[in-house]
Write a protein of this length. Structure first.
Length: 134
């Protein structure tokens, strides 16, 4: 039976920014439309009976290559009031990672302001491609 994630069951949540790699790209943007892309990937670092730790990598870049390239790495630690399985984590990964979304959005807007003198605000939503989370 699939168990859904319920925020009421969270006893402890910790989001730690571990690494930032931000690069300003000095290329002149082409005269075509630019697209800001974001790719999010995660891995399970540790899992115990009622707790787990994840590593979340978020890469933000412009296509075609211009302006900036940002890589953020977070460690997310949860302690819940029930048993945790790998299947539970994988089935609920987007809602589990949701609290990190606003942190990432804030970091992106701050760094892009520094690089481009404009804020690029991205929605605080994290989408995980299912083939990356096996």
């Amino acid at each position: 039976m699939k168990q859904d994630f319920d925020p009421k069951n969270v006893k402890k949540l910790e989001i730690v920014l571990c690494k930032v790699n931000a690069e300003r790209i000095e290329k002149t943007p082409p005269e075509i439309d630019l697209a800001i892309k974001r790719e999010d990937n995660y891995s399970i670092l540790d899992q115990k009976e009622d707790s787990f730790s994840l590593k979340l990598n978020s890469e933000i870049f412009v296509e075609p290559e211009a302006l900036f390239h940002i890589c953020l790495e977070y460690r997310i630690n949860y302690e819940l009031s029930h048993k945790v399985t790998k299947e539970f984590i994988e089935n609920n990964i987007e809602i589990i990672l949701q609290p990190a979304g606003s942190e990432i959005s804030y970091m992106i807007s701050t760094l892009t302001k520094f690089f481009t003198h404009n804020y690029f605000v991205m929605p605080p939503t994290i989408f995980i491609k299912r083939e990356n989370s096996k």
